[in-house]
Ligand binder design. Structure first.
Ligand code: GLN
Length: 471
């Protein structure tokens, strides 16, 4: 079988027509992983036994003439922050190098029930902190389009594994851009759903008010299918909600795309801008109307994001103390020394930086000045978007201000790394759904177009994305 061109749809057809078996699919993609991993490093762990076992179950269903579930036989990789029962789950950290997940995350149970073949756990920035997957303690993920460049992060492994055809779809997690940015850098589709659309139960938290799990795929249709499999209220996650999803597709002529000038300002690479404007031009030529919108508080979003992110991260990561969770070093009977040794040895520099920043922002004397201020910016930004959505159905702009950069280029400069998130963090702060679509290339490097919609309007993102795909 030709693995290059497989999609959810083509796999289904091939299985129904008995052109190949699920076991053949599993083996072909596991071979592809073996072949490409020495270059890409997208996986922390390959779950060969699990994939083969699931493939046999699908083949048994076919032999019994049973109906096939939505993702039957589709090779799927899972970010290593999402629990798969019985498999190691590291979140890219030495802190969790020996942690075996005792249960499935809700998204994983849903993916399994839908018949997908889980081929492995993907590489990521430690605890999701980063924009390049260089902060992983399991090595850098390389961009399949240029091995000297980063794949983006923090879900770099999930994006690269789809781009390198090591799987057909994957799951990532996006706190401030971690699905959209690597999707953009690797030239694949990546969706961050509305906050609350997808359960976070069994997902290792970075910043709980921002985190959302979403799919990567080669096509918009595949991302849509995976989204519909994983979404929905989960009694195990109180922040998940029942969704009133708007289905029916609207006419492209009725679609208004808002362009915020704040997304096309200083610091935007000219080649990125060109590709994004060309893609928008295509949507316009199909009948969509381009309107100008304003997001006056967007300029504060990055600062607010890094206060909220580090604050929540410092609280969420307190559990990894070598007593309750994680790597434990107890060489003497001193409790404090044991905390310091366990955390000191097994957490990387970016994680330590954020724990310190967040603890500082939440401390009694500074709480109002930093954390409360950041929450106020969050409210103002929400109002900006509400106003903009009075004029437009979708807000569009680049995903990243720059092209995929060279490995090592920004590792010594955390602020330069944070700036890469400038266009992605607003959607997380406000909880809106946002998608990264392949918009074209600059040389051989992919450029992503970002579309943001109103809460629970993922459908309009899929519709515009499919139109662009066909153009
Ligand atoms: N790059 C952002 C950060 O470092 C986004 C991370 C994420 O979405 N998990 O916080």
């Amino acid at each position: 079988m030709n693995i290059e061109s497989q999609t959810v749809q083509s796999i289904r057809q091939g299985l129904v027509r008995k052109e190949f078996s699920a076991l053949e699919i599993a083996k072909a993609f596991l071979d592809s992983i073996k072949d490409k991993e020495k270059d890409i490093n997208a996986f922390i762990q390959v779950t060969e036994d699990l994939a083969l076992h699931q493939a046999k179950e699908i083949d048994a269903k076919i032999s019994r003439n049973e109906d096939l579930p939505e993702l039957a036989g589709v090779p799927c990789a899972i970010k290593d922050a999402i629990l798969v029962s019985g498999e190691r789950c590291t979140a890219g950290s030495q802190m969790l190098r020996d942690y075996i997940a005792p249960y499935d995350a809700t998204v994983v149970s849903k993916i399994k029930k839908a018949g997908a073949l889980i081929v492995g756990k993907t590489n990521m920035d430690e605890f999701g902190m980063g924009a390049s997957t260089e902060n992983s303690s399991f090595g850098v993920v390389k961009n399949p389009h240029d091995l000297s460049r980063v794949a983006g992060g923090s879900s770099g492994g999930s994006a690269a594994s789809v781009a390198a055809k090591e799987c057909v779809v994957s799951l990532g997690e996006d706190t401030g851009g971690s699905i959209r940015l690597p999707a953009s850098f690797c030239g694949v589709v990546g969706l961050k759903p509305t906050y609350g659309a997808v359960s976070r139960y069994g997902v290792i938290a970075l910043a709980s008010s921002l985190d959302q799990v979403g799919p990567f795929a080669k096509t918009v249709g595949d991302a849509e299918t995976v989204f519909h499999v994983i979404r929905g209220k989960d009694p195990l996650d109180a922040t998940s909600v029942d969704q009133n999803l708007s289905h029916g597709n609207r006419d492209m002529q009725d679609l208004k795309i808002g362009i915020p000038k704040e997304y096309f300002g200083e610091g935007l690479n000219s080649e990125v801008e060109k590709a994004v404007r060309q893609a928008l031009g295509k949507l316009e030529s199909m009948g969509a109307k381009i309107v100008e919108v304003e997001l006056p508080h967007a300029k504060y979003a990055l600062a607010a994001y890094y206060v909220v992110n580090t604050s929540e991260a410092s609280a969420n990561l307190a559990r990894y103390d070598g007593m309750r969770y994680g790597f434990s070093k107890r060489e003497n009977n001193d409790l404090l020394a044991s905390y310091l040794d366990s955390r000191g040895e097994s957490l990387g520099p970016e994680v330590k930086r954020r724990i310190m920043l967040g603890t500082y922002a939440l401390s009694a004397g500074y709480y109002d000045a930093y954390y409360v201020k950041a929450l106020k910016i969050r409210t103002l930004l929400k109002q900006d978007f509400e106003k903009a959505f009075e004029k437009a159905d979708i807000i569009a702009g680049p995903v990243s201000p720059i092209l995929p950069f060279k490995i090592g280029e920004k590792t010594q400069d955390p602020l330069a790394m944070y700036l890469v998130d400038i266009y992605t963090v607003p959607a997380n702060l406000v909880g809106l759904p946002a998608i990264s679509l392949p918009a074209g290339t600059a040389g051989n490097l992919p450029v992503g177009l970002q579309l943001i919609a109103k809460p629970f309007q993922e459908q309009v993102l899929f519709q515009a994305g499919k139109a662009l795909e066909l153009s």
